[in-house]
Design a protein around this ligand. Structure first.
Ligand code: HEC
Length: 107
């Protein structure tokens, strides 16, 4: 194996997840989501849910539900139409890769 192939392999391991999704592309696409869902997937807009740390499976399923009309929202139903299945997988890889820490409220 020559050096170029090794380098290429190393690069693809960095940004391509086990499901073949491309996290770097997901990050790029996420700029169109950040106005509502926050730059790091933590929403500032109280009507929008956080996306950071959701499972990739859930994100994919939900966006497909918006596309098919099984879930409806005046914003997301429109936004979902513009995304290809590849876009959805890449976005899901990006948002699911965030690690969250939680703090239980003290009582
Ligand atoms: C104009 C604001 C806006 C933008 C832009 C936007 N969203 Fe949303 N998103 C929302 C709102 C509001 C909801 C909750 C809607 C509902 O009640 O179903 C939501 C819900 C979701 C959910 C479901 C979350 C859950 O917890 O069930 C996902 C996944 C999601 N958005 C992904 C995205 C992605 C990916 C993008 C960018 C491609 C994006 N959204 C862009 C406003 C937005």
């Amino acid at each position: 194996m020559n050096k170029h192939i090794l380098f290429g392999l190393a690069l693809s391991l960095v940004s391509v997840t086990s499901h073949g999704a491309d996290m770097a592309k997901g990050k790029e696409l996420s700029t169109q989501c950040s106005v509502c869902h926050g730059k790091n997937g933590i929403a500032k807009d109280p009507e929008s849910p956080n996306l950071a740390g959701l499972s990739a499976l859930y994100i994919e399923k939900t966006i497909v539900d918006y596309q098919k009309g099984m879930r409806q929202d005046r914003r997301m139903s429109i936004i979902a139409q513009s995304l290809s299945m590849e876009d959805i997988k890449n976005l899901a890889a990006w948002y699911s890769a965030f690690e969250l820490t939680v703090k239980e409220p003290s009582m």
